[in-house]
Design a protein around this ligand. Sequence first.
Ligand code: NAD
Length: 370
Amino acid sequence: MKIAILPGDGIGTEIMAEAVKVMAVLDLPFETETALVGGAAYEAHGHPLPESTLNLARAADAVLFGAVGDWKYDKLDRPLRPEQAILGLRKHLGLFANLRPAICYPQLTAASSLKPELVAGLDILIIRELTGDIYFGQPRGRRVAVDGHFPGAEEAFDTMRYSKPEIERIAHVAFQAARRRNKKLTSVDKANVLETFQFWKDVVTEVHAQYPDVALDHMYVDNAAMQLVKAPKSFDVVVTGNMFGDILSDEAAMLTGSIGMLPSASLDKANKGLYEPSHGSAPDIAGKGVANPLATILSLAMMLRYTLNQAEAAVRIESAVDAVLSAGLRTGDIWSEGMQRVGTREMGDAVVAALSGRVAGKTTTPITQA
Ligand code: NAD
């Protein structure tokens, strides 16, 4: 199992160090190689995604990615900005399916902005198509309008489009994910207004014929946005296009209270993937040793489940995280009254301890206050 480790910038290096510690105690034949990406790669090689990093990612079975970016790079030309590394990796590795679980650990319900009874035990999976839709459709640009409400005025336009194979492949990913879970899939569209999404709905319905064991329903995106805050637990797996997925996955993430807890995966057609926390490089807390490493550790669990077919090891990690939370350990982003505040390293150590069968927490593990 060859894993490319790309820590990136800001808290990326700190949270990655903890995930690597967890890998080390899993007793699996990992072969890891680390490379620079993002701002760190720009500083060293003049490009956020150097050829050597891309080649390593291509050769690996999976990529574990930290986070990239820093405000100090905001003035660079767009192709040289750290964030371009993620777009480049997605493009070159053919990653088209973004999986973002939104799990609300019962121990953390107080961190959600919703009532505890609405989110306690929430476990949904949002699957977003990554390569098509209005984000990449051509033509796009600015011009002088020749028709519309204001002919002769300056206007901008984008093109929303999806091809049948693009919809089919993301639908297969979604049905297969639903099969591994509660066999319930909601496809989100705007078929009442947009031709592209009537087509989306038709194609998803067609693919459904191959998955008769999975229950499929369709929902308009405006209703889905509403239901996500009204009755989030009514969903299991949600599949949608690039733009709707961008918005809904962030909405779902916030149901759980902290972005520091949320892993994600981006998969290609062979389930090879790039795994990363949903958050960014958090320059405001970088270098302070206070970042929550659990989203990265849980991204490693997703890697084991979706790419490396090591579901048992994935469950071990998830149970260890659960045990650490039950023991009352909290980084600053998820801390609440009465809980033990710990730093990045202590949180990683506690997960390692839990994996090794030791109970982490106030009484048994010497955890220093961060
Ligand atoms: P961010 O996710 O980095 O931070 C948002 C807030 O959440 C900050 O207050 C931060 O301290 C906090 N936070 C994030 N992760 C945390 C963690 N693990 N533990 C505790 N607190 C955490 O988003 P931002 O501030 O909008 O962006 C900062 C930089 O990250 C920018 O340069 C942006 O472009 C980049 N970014 C990168 C990625 C990525 O690498 N995939 C994603 C989003 C943003």
